[in-house]
Design a protein around this ligand. Structure first.
Ligand SMILES: Nc1ncnc2c1ncn2[C@@H]1O[C@H](COP(=O)(O)OP(=O)(O)OP(=O)(O)O)[C@@H](O)[C@H]1O
Ligand SMILES: [Mg+2]
Length: 319
């Protein structure tokens, strides 16, 4: 890390390990002395120890096929888009090459990432542009295939197809199969032909479920619909259930969490706690790791990155 002298503006390299003993002893600030001009000035330890991890550059095994994870639940407002964007950004920070596909007409992924793509999923599905022209590089290692209003027209085209309509998305995305480690697909609420397409394309399902009674009911309905798809497509598996909006001050959510633990012990992930930074970050076009790196929300999404990637040391250094 770098400390800049406020008097002579010289940058000085500092090893964070030398500062940890001060922080562990409960010190909030240290007195730094500039090696060039000898000026002494206070530096807050929390600002030094809360560093953004530098993105690692991805190393892909040649020919490896991307894991295709859709983030879906028919119920609206449960944290699908928030989870897609922050899980994608976290995996990218951990060094994986990630493509985020937004299949929602609300097109919120680009807004959260502070991007205004000229083209996206619509142009890919209608073959108006080449695959590479439809992708937006949103961050290091993170690409976006944006959604938006124009997808409504695409849904009509899919609906009118008399044969193989459910494979429209799979066919359009197939050239991207071995260019990424993860392809994450965010879906809209409800149930339509585009969501069926997503379920015919993905191999893993991640369900974010707000810890309230209604979304739990919505989840069991969704699991029935997924079962109907699995009759035709056995590759798709419900892999992760991510409780969202956990507020430990209230009794109800904890009870619902325990209920989920009994029903889905293998799929249940650590919850994402309620945190206002998650609602604030989008208006700054920032992910949670950029907006509030030291928050509980950042911690919870980093834990989800480890769970989904199976890489237990991913983003551990990140504070
Ligand atoms: N853990 C959380 N704590 C606080 N606010 C959150 C949390 N997760 C998401 N939010 C906020 O809740 C709202 C709904 O989240 P989000 O848009 O991710 O849900 P969604 O399931 O994608 O909704 P839709 O079904 O409309 O697509 C957003 O304003 C988001 O910023
Ligand atoms: Mg959404």
């Amino acid at each position: 890390m770098i400390i800049t002298c406020p008097k002579c503006a010289r940058d000085h390299k500092v090893n964070p390990d030398t500062l940890k003993p001060f922080a562990d002893a409960g010190k909030k600030t240290i007195l730094a002395s500039c090696k060039s001009c000898k000026f002494k000035f206070p530096v807050s330890l929390s600002s030094l120890l809360t560093v953004e991890e530098k993105p690692v550059h991805a190393k892909r095994r040649p020919g490896a096929v991307a894991r295709k994870v859709c983030i879906t639940l028919s119920k609206g407002g449960v944290g699908k888009t928030t989870t897609s964007v922050n899980l994608g950004a976290g995996l990218a920070l951990a060094g994986y090459r990630v493509l985020l596909v937004d299949t929602d007409t609300q097109g919120q992924s680009s807004y959260i990432l502070g991007k205004k793509p000229g083209a996206g999923l619509t142009e890919l599905l209608t073959h108006e542009l080449s695959v590479s022209d439809c992708l937006t590089e949103a961050r290091n290692n993170l690409w976006l295939l944006s959604g938006g209003k124009s997808l409504a027209g695409v849904k009509r085209i899919i609906d009118k197809k008399s044969f193989g309509a459910e494979f429209t998305l799979s066919e359009a995305l197939s050239p991207l199969d071995n260019q990424f480690d993860f392809i994450l697909i965010d879906t809209s609420p409800g149930w339509d032909q585009l969501i069926v397409n997503v379920l015919f394309y993905s191999t893993e399902v991640l369900v974010p479920v707000a810890l309230e009674v209604m979304p739990l009911h919505g989840m069991s309905e969704f699991i029935k619909s997924l079962g109907a798809i699995q009759k035709y497509r056995s590759e798709i598996q419900l892999k992760y259930i991510v409780p969202t909006f956990l507020d430990l001050r209230i009794k109800g959510p904890k009870m619902l969490y325990d209920q989920l633990k009994k029903l889905y012990p293998e799929q249940l992930c650590k919850p994402i706690r309620y945190n206002e930074s998650l609602a604030e970050a989008p208006s700054f076009g920032k992910t949670i790791f950029e907006f509030a790196p030291g928050s509980t929300a950042s911690e919870d999404y980093r834990s989800l990155v480890r769970r989904v990637s199976g890489n237990e040391s991913a983003l551990l250094k990140f504070k």
